[in-house]
Design a protein around this ligand. Structure first.
Ligand code: FPP
Length: 269
């Protein structure tokens, strides 16, 4: 009983500290300088599970809690687009048991979360090779995308079976097809035309990219779109990532000077 009481007291104290901490960071955020689009490479699920002596899927399951938190947090401060790298084309080479478990987890997560997304005005989108996903995942995703299509708050983009290089390769192939059929001419080719051939044609480029787990690479994610994004790397493993971590990343982003090739003086004047 005494142990339980102590645990309750420490949990209670922690919750109060945590809520205060979140409020402190939120107070510091400047509404006018919020990133419009935040993209996240959610990394470290496997290591998180291993540290706890568990199977990798345990890490992915706990990663869903972090997904829930960041979606809520992003909506709360008014971020318009949140893209999560949930499964890369290269992830298909993982052991079949892990791939199958991840696909099942996706279906169950969409099932349990879609009503909550609608309630919170979140519109769901997917980027990547939809057709390579199992039928059950395709079906659930399409249903959820349709059911949330009227939502006008946060747009949550799931990168699933996604590869930046193949996205660009497919865009080039489609442009060549369209050029052959006379739909576009060589002189029409511009950066904005290329952008319009990508999965993200209706989504602005990310302002901020976050990668968890202490790895410093972009792993074939949004190669074209990240040209001028600010990068934020944290050692936190994805299942431990919480609201506070997202707000800290946004606060850090707000201290940056985005120059887009100009000089600092040009920007400040
Ligand atoms: C990377 O960690 C994570 C993944 C490949 C899967 C991410 C999936 C989730 C967070 C759960 C489902 C997501 C949604 C959107 C419902 P890793 O496995 O590479 O970890 P490691 O580098 O420690 O091995």
């Amino acid at each position: 009983m005494l142990i339980l009481e102590r645990k309750f007291e420490t949990d209670f104290a922690f919750n109060i500290w945590y809520k205060r901490k979140i409020m402190d960071i939120k107070d510091k955020l400047r509404e006018k300088q919020l990133p419009v689009h935040v993209a996240i490479i959610m990394d470290g699920n496997g290591r998180w599970a291993k540290q706890k002596g568990n199977m990798r899927i345990f890490g992915h399951k706990n990663g869903v809690k972090a997904v829930r938190e960041v979606v809520e947090a992003a909506g709360e401060i008014g971020i318009k687009y949140l893209t999560l790298y949930a499964f890369s084309t290269e992830n298909w080479t993982r052991p079949k048991s892990e791939v199958d478990a991840l696909m099942t987890l996706l279906v169950t997560t969409i099932n349990t979360e879609v009503d909550e997304l609608i309630k919170n005005n979140v519109r769901l989108k997917q980027i990547g090779d939809l057709k390579s996903l199992p039928d059950s995942v395709q079906k659930k995703l399409q249903e959820a995308i349709l059911r949330t299509s009227h939502c006008k708050g946060l747009t949550l983009v799931l990168a699933l079976s996604y590869s930046g290089r193949s996205e660009i390769t497919n865009a080039v192939a489609q442009m060549v097809t369209d050029a052959k059929s006379g739909k576009i001419a060589a002189e029409d080719i511009s950066e904005s035309l290329v952008s319009s051939y990508l999965y993200t044609s209706e989504i602005p480029d990310p302002d901020l990219l976050i990668r968890t787990s202490g790895e410093y690479r972009i792993s074939n994610f949004l190669l074209w779109q990240l040209a001028y994004s600010e990068m934020y790397f944290t050692g936190t493993l994805w299942p431990d990532f919480r609201k506070k971590d997202l707000f800290e990343a946004v606060l850090d982003y707000q201290q940056r000077e985005r120059r887009f090739g100009k000089t600092g003086d040009q920007i400040s004047s």
